[in-house]
Design a binder for this molecule. Structure first.
Ligand SMILES: *[C@@H]1O[C@H](CO)[C@@H](O)[C@H](O)[C@H]1NC(C)=O
Ligand SMILES: *[C@@H]1O[C@H](CO)[C@@H](O)[C@H](O)[C@H]1NC(C)=O
Ligand SMILES: *[C@@H]1O[C@H](CO)[C@@H](O)[C@H](O)[C@H]1NC(C)=O
Ligand SMILES: *[C@@H]1O[C@H](CO)[C@@H](O)[C@H](O)[C@H]1NC(C)=O
Length: 391
């Protein structure tokens, strides 16, 4: 299930041999640098690091650049995030490529004139797409999958002979984020591979100890590898207690292991948990306990002032409803409003984020109050992939 991309292994070997050779990475000094890696390496852009910080970068002399185009492949289900950055004159003129709402977004600043352009096809469909970026005269052109084009034109009065250095970076930027015209969330659950960057052949410097691998195949979902949880304040979903709380979870529960959901009000014991083990799902609510087998599609729980309703979808078109009523804890929704909800683990004591019995598995979709859950509203462990699961 968990396959490493072959290109990644190649990247690691390359790193190793460079280290053995004691090869000093060419270009600018080692201000950030750790190790050299090929520009063709497969890079998981969602790897943990300081926000806006690139995963890898390199520097070239403009006078030595022979090609005006770069190409690479990208694969993601994430609608938003940073892909590529380039600059000259030490960051005075810059270029940023990202996704926003799934569409490519290019932002360029040249001689203090910032321009942004978004469009083309949506790219966050989980398939590999080939992107080609080139600089032709006064135009920056992005070609997606050999056909769709996105063009930014910028006229400049004086003709400039390219000189000095060009810096390029993946997954982050080398300027202050305030300079960016259209703001977006930089962290992207996606992968880049097969990069050919201006035909440069020397290695890039990585800014992390080791590049994380990408899964061979992915499907949409939230993936919990069994090492952490995501915590939400319930008040975000429950503006008024008497409206109830509805939580829907899609996925094949017989492939999950560990705690799927837990809810805790401040100063109280855990009042609600949902856990999977040996193809069985156990729901615990106060003194009630329900055990369910073969839930392979969906589970919807509706908490109301005096009742909890659980709806299960099975493989065959069969739906069962279990109702627990009346609830023996009147007013529990009011205390929950000040509490926390965790996906992927048991909430710990105290107000810290320590959890236990972490989930291993893929939640295809989570909806709270009928809306898709946005993991960006949570405090979450770095190991959770918010938009993709291995397939
Ligand atoms: C760029 O040029 C400088 C001198 O101008 C040189 O020291 C450096 O090695 C060159 N870098 C590359 C990557 O060729
Ligand atoms: C790219 O570099 C290779 C050698 O590293 C060279 O043979 C080739 O002509 C270059 N291509 C372009 C478009 O500059
Ligand atoms: C759910 O997982 C089980 C166990 O791996 C598998 O046999 C079953 O086909 C899966 N069902 C669906 C609907 O994916
Ligand atoms: C929950 O609320 C507390 C207090 O208002 C705040 O400090 C914390 O950051 C919030 N957590 C999340 C995940 O929003």
């Amino acid at each position: 299930m968990v396959g490493f991309c072959k290109a990644m292994a190649g990247g690691l070997l390359f790193t190793l041999s460079l280290t053995l050779l004691g090869w000093e990475v060419l270009g600018q000094g080692n201000r950030w640098g750790k190790k050299g890696v090929s520009g063709e390496a497969t890079v998981y852009l969602g790897q943990d690091r300081d926000t806006w910080r690139p995963l890898m970068h390199t520097t070239a002399n403009l006078s030595e650049i022979t090609s005006i185009s770069s190409s690479f492949q990208i694969r993601t289900f994430d609608p938003e995030g940073l892909i590529f950055y380039g600059d000259t004159k030490n960051g005075e003129d810059w270029f940023v490529l990202s996704l926003k709402d799934g569409f490519p977004l290019m932002q360029v600043n040249k001689k203090d004139v910032p321009v942004s352009v978004a469009g083309g096809p949506k790219l966050n469909d989980g398939k590999w797409h080939t992107l080609e970026l080139s600089n032709q005269g006064e135009f920056v052109i992005l070609v997606v999958d050999g056909s769709s084009r996105l063009v930014v034109g910028m006229q400049s009065k004086q003709l400039e002979v390219p000189s000095g250095k060009l810096r390029i970076a993946l997954g982050g930027i080398l300027i202050d984020k305030e300079k960016i015209i259209v703001q977006f969330k930089p962290h992207m659950d996606g992968c880049v591979r097969d990069g050919n960057w201006l035909n440069l052949s020397f290695p890039w410097e990585t800014e992390v100890e080791e590049l994380w691998p990408c899964y061979e195949n992915i499907q949409p979902g939230i993936y919990f590898p069994g090492t952490g949880l995501a915590i939400f304040n319930i008040s975000v979903f429950l503006p008024e207690a008497d409206h109830g709380l509805k939580i829907g979870i899609w996925g094949n529960f017989s492939q999950m292991h560990g705690t799927i959901l837990s809810i805790k009000a401040p100063g109280q014991e855990l009042m609600f948990t949902l856990a999977a083990k040996s193809k069985e799902v156990t729901l615990t609510f106060g003194e009630y306990k329900i055990q369910m087998k073969d839930v392979v599609k969906r589970l919807v729980m509706t908490f109301q002032t005096d009742l909890l309703q659980v709806l299960q979808d099975f493989d065959e078109p069969k739906t069962t409803t279990v109702s627990i009523s009346p609830v023996r804890h009147p007013g529990y929704l009011t205390t929950w409003r000040d509490g926390r909800l965790a996906i992927g683990g048991l909430l710990g004591e105290g107000e810290d984020n320590v959890g236990s019995q972490f989930l291993t598995g893929c939640l295809e979709k989570v909806q709270i109050q009928g809306r898709d859950l946005d993991l960006d509203l949570s405090v979450r462990h770095i190991s959770i992939s918010p938009h993709s699961c291995p397939a």
